[in-house]
Design a protein around this ligand. Structure first.
Ligand code: ADP
Length: 415
């Protein structure tokens, strides 16, 4: 008779059901190491993150395994466990804190084994070890499947949110474009009127209005660009590819920005490798990408800093020949947590309150579309853009380096 009179638990029958294939002497030895515990509903058998050293086998009742996702999202139920299931083995085997919380949902009777006894038993009984490994691995597979399912659902939601963002940009850009054209038209009419006195308050006000409408036009253009590039990516790139002399394109762009840079005592140097290849690409898109990165290098570098633009040949994935353009600045740098997100539409680092919308002023933020345009343009060519920086520090200015990798031939024209 194996039922312990005091506890009413048939340890041998329970253990035989839980660990199939154990010999009777192994079952007897294991049963001898366990003690019976009884807990009311709501009792925590294992506490996530705690260092605890008991392994439990449920003899009656039910418990639930949960994991804390975040403060905002609370906890997530991983699994419910019942008679014959065991919990708490992973932390014991790994010598690690508990990976999840196990809480009883009804009154429970459990068999408990301490860490030392559990380890001794595992080393004596390979059959027990294998049974536990099998169960644990299959649970991990189920958890993996659950996590993958969650990720797929989240990705679908994110893709929908991204589409909503794009639709908003398209609608807003078109709504802004019409009144902007009207404003610019009237401004031109007033400015060309000969009765307008030279100098004075009115001329100053008109100059201010012109600057304002120009800036607004740039923002609307950025919105249209990002909408167009995203729409093209969804429909498959449709741009015309022509030979682009990369080195001279870089030189021309830098020359165009030199007066802005000089106004801020910034030096821009260029270094081309002798064998930087020319690209087959859409020159307008490549220029847009590089322009955004250069403007940012100017904006996020304090007066007196230095910007270095380099080009060189590189081998991309699978040995595809390509070119690298890098833009290194001595600016405020970027913290690691922002280094991927800055390429998302409307993403900005820091407080919007500090926002000034001047194009090249130090820290003169824009609408947060520049790098989304750059990434869209680079990706449309089958390329990659990323940033490296030691972190954000406005006092010591660690700087940032943006890298653009572009194939010599975009994938849809490659043989
Ligand atoms: P914005 O219109 O705000 O400049 P971008 O998409 O061009 O938008 O850039 C997104 C954010 O990335 C910026 O708000 C800025 O915080 C950060 N950033 C971009 N370039 C740099 C740089 N060279 N150094 C430091 N921060 C940068």
């Amino acid at each position: 008779m194996t039922v312990t009179a005091a506890s009413g638990v048939d340890k041998l029958a329970l253990l035989a059901g839980t660990f199939g294939g154990l010999a009777s002497d192994e079952l007897t030895e294991l049963a001898g190491l366990t003690k019976v515990g009884r807990y009311p509903a709501g009792h925590v058998l294992c506490q996530e993150d705690a260092h605890e050293d008991i392994f439990y086998i449920l003899a009656s009742g039910e418990a639930v395994i949960t994991k804390q996702i975040s403060d905002a999202e609370g906890e997530r139920v991983l699994r419910r466990v019942g008679v014959g299931d065991y919990v708490g083995e992973m932390a014991l085997i790994q010598n690690a804190p508990r990976a999840a919380t196990v809480r009883t949902v009804s009154e429970c009777t459990v068999l408990e084994i301490g860490k030392q006894d559990f380890e001794a038993m595992l080393s004596r009984s390979p059959r027990l070890a294998i049974s536990i490994i099998r169960t644990t691995l299959s649970r991990m597979r189920v958890n993996d499947q659950m996590a993958i399912g969650d990720l797929q659902r989240t990705n679908r939601v994110l893709a929908q949110l991204d589409r909503n963002k794009l639709e908003f940009i398209q609608v807003a850009a078109h709504e802004l474009r019409t009144p902007l054209t009207v404003m610019k038209g009237y401004l031109n009419v007033i400015k060309s009127d000969e009765r307008l006195p030279a100098g004075g308050l009115l001329a100053e006000a008109l100059a201010g209005l012109s600057r304002g409408t120009e800036r607004l036009q740039e923002v609307v253009n950025a919105m249209l660009d990002v909408a167009r590039i995203d729409a093209d990516m969804a429909a498959g790139p449709r741009f015309a590819v022509v030979p682009v002399p990369l080195k001279s394109m870089v030189n021309d762009l830098v020359r165009r920005l030199e007066s802005d840079a000089e106004g801020r005592q910034l030096r821009i140097d260029i270094e081309h490798a002798r064998d930087t290849p020319a690209l087959n690409a859409d020159p307008t898109l490549i220029q847009k990408a590089l322009y955004q990165v250069l403007i940012n290098a100017i904006k996020y570098t304090p007066d007196g800093g230095r910007i270095l633009v380099r080009t060189r040949p590189v081998q991309l994935d699978r040995g595809v020949p390509g070119a690298e353009i890098s833009v290194r600045d001595t600016g405020i740098g970027l913290a690691p947590e922002h280094q991927e997100l800055i390429f998302e539409k409307f993403y900005q680092v820091g407080s919007v309150d500090l926002h000034s919308s001047h194009k090249t002023m130090f820290r003169g933020g824009g609408p947060g579309l520049g790098l989304a345009i750059a990434r869209g343009a680079v990706r449309a060519h089958g390329g990659r853009i990323w940033v490296e920086s030691l972190g954000h520090d406005e006092a010591n200015c660690p700087g940032s380096t943006f890298y653009l990798h572009l194939p010599v031939d975009p994938p849809h024209v490659r043989a």
